[in-house]
Design a protein around this ligand. Structure first.
Ligand SMILES: Nc1ncnc2c1ncn2[C@@H]1O[C@H](COP(=O)(O)OP(=O)(O)OP(=O)(O)O)[C@@H](O)[C@H]1O
Ligand SMILES: [Mg+2]
Length: 478
């Protein structure tokens, strides 16, 4: 059991909602103590139900069952001890202070069936902006027991996201990022878009919203200021993720996806490549109607400039050298013309052979949509083929963090298409209007394959290249 220090700052304020509040929503920056504060409220709520002998089902929801266990159940176990918080993974149930709570993953619409017949008295949704809207609506409609409550934690998304426009903006009470309280009368209305996007007045909700900033986690700022500083710098200033995850703003993703990409400081000449210490993975995006692309990811150590800390990519540089650091390197690109599955397989194997002097990649990650290609490789004796982790936003975030930290470089003579296409990889402004965050599905074959190989291999190199901003664990379906 670990001691949880008493809540302080905005978190201490946030856990005292007005008594009429039936939805509690904490949004804002990463690591800003939303989960800590909301979990304390959740435990308090569960114990109140037990004390007052109130029935009804309880549920805790994440994008996947694994993520709700990792983000919420495990911290609860640490604070309260394993005898008070008993997890049964097989049944998908956690028993908190003797009361059973269902654990659900809601990463696609089929999750709706999990809660369809329930009469809920309480639901806790972690990363609530990432569950499907139909699931959220169903959850809300099942909260029919007396005294029912909903607890949400979420990071900001685009300004048109349904959870903001249809729920958070209808809050009767809101403490904003700067600590200012906005209170509405119970009879007030808010303009809310309907399914056709037409704005209609809707009544305010008994919703208590608190927007957190990273600085609001005074506990973390005091106990680990170095981590907080690293976290801030891991999201490039001005980027959409800095605005959302550090400044707590619901802003659109616009323009270039990788504005921090700089060909001059992020490519290395083949002749200057230091010895390759590891070859982690080859990642391939297979196309029938678009180009097929693959990248080979390895690790080298580069010297840094003693004063600026910048990588020294040209050994003839006279700059004073500081320490050497591990850096991911895109060693080679597979960029064939269109061909049959069999021809692609032959070409890909030849490409792997051409790079065998670096060492064989531990894994070959392939777009899970390319089932026939995977089978073809398997038939030809490759037994280390796996599905690529394809989650777009976390994958992009990881590549952005690496580029910003200058821990990902590309071999110049080998990766012509990648170097040419990266600056043309753009956020989709039409998707933004629907509240979604994703890049334009054009000129994206190189960027997709790059993202697959980097994101899928993360667990192999994350201990060597820690990135403070990256906290989620990737899985294939997240
Ligand atoms: N009062 C406290 N006592 C002990 N630890 C705390 C306290 N407040 C916050 N922390 C620690 O600060 C860290 C971040 O808090 P938390 O996980 O609640 O942030 P979050 O806002 O939910 O972040 P994310 O958006 O990344 O999910 C955690 O490691 C948590 O244990
Ligand atoms: Mg959290």
């Amino acid at each position: 059991m670990t001691q949880l220090d008493p809540l302080e700052g905005k978190a201490a304020l946030a856990v005292q909602p007005p008594p009429e509040a039936t939805i509690v929503a904490f949004d804002g920056a990463v690591r800003s103590s939303k989960t800590v504060a909301s979990l304390l409220m959740w435990v308090e709520f569960v114990s109140r139900l037990i004390r007052t002998k109130r029935g009804g089902a309880l549920a805790m929801v994440g994008r996947t069952e694994a993520s709700i266990i990792r983000n919420a159940v495990e911290p609860l176990q640490q604070w309260l001890g394993p005898s008070r918080v008993v997890l049964n993974r097989g049944l998908g149930i956690v028993t908190i202070l003797g009361r059973e709570v269902y654990l659900f993953g809601a990463n696609d619409v089929s999750a709706v069936t999990k809660i369809q017949g329930l009469t809920l008295v309480g639901i806790y949704i972690d990363e609530a902006a990432n569950v499907p809207e139909v699931f959220f609506n169903m959850a809300r409609s099942r909260l029919s027991a007396l005294g029912a409550m909903m607890f949400l934690t979420l990071n900001p998304e685009g300004p048109k996201h349904w959870v903001l426009t249809k729920w958070l903006k209808r809050a009767r009470w809101w403490i904003d990022a700067h600590g200012k309280m906005h209170e509405k009368a119970p009879t007030d209305t808010v303009m809310v878009p309907n399914d056709q996007g037409v704005l209609k007045p809707q009544p305010v909700l008994n919703l208590w919203r608190v927007t957190f900033l990273l600085d609001d986690n005074t506990w973390l700022v005091r106990n680990n200021p170095a981590f907080v500083a690293e976290l801030r710098s891991s999201y490039p200033k001005g980027s959409v993720f800095h605005q959302r995850y550090i400044e707590s703003k619901w802003v659109s993703a616009e323009g270039s996806v990788y504005p921090m990409w700089n060909e001059d400081t992020m490519t290395v000449d083949l002749e200057h490549l230091p010895p390759v210490e590891m070859v982690y993975m080859a990642g391939l995006d297979y196309g029938t109607t678009h180009s097929t692309r693959a990248y080979l990811l390895g690790l080298c150590r580069f010297p840094t400039d003693a004063i600026t800390g910048q990588l020294i990519l040209d050994p003839s540089s006279t700059r004073e050298r500081g320490m050497s650091v591990p850096v991911l390197v895109i060693l080679d690109e597979y960029a064939p013309e269109s061909a049959t599955v069999a021809e692609h397989a032959t070409g890909f194997l030849q490409w792997l052979e051409r790079n065998a002097h670096y060492g064989r990649p531990d894994w070959i990650a392939i777009d899970s949509a390319a089932a026939t290609f995977k089978v073809e490789l398997f038939d030809r004796g490759l037994d280390n083929v796996m599905g690529a982790f394809k989650a777009v936003v976390p994958g992009i975030q990881l590549v952005q963090s690496l580029l910003t930290a200058q821990r990902l470089v590309v071999v110049r003579e080998r990766c012509h298409h990648l170097i040419q296409m990266l600056p043309e990889y753009m956020w989709d402004t039409k998707a933004t209007d629907r509240g979604e965050t994703k890049p334009v599905k054009e000129n994206d074959d190189e960027a997709d394959a790059l993202r697959y190989v980097v994101y899928t291999s993360w667990s192999s190199w994350r201990h060597l290249i820690p990135l403070a901003g990256m906290v989620a664990q990737p899985t294939e379906d997240e």
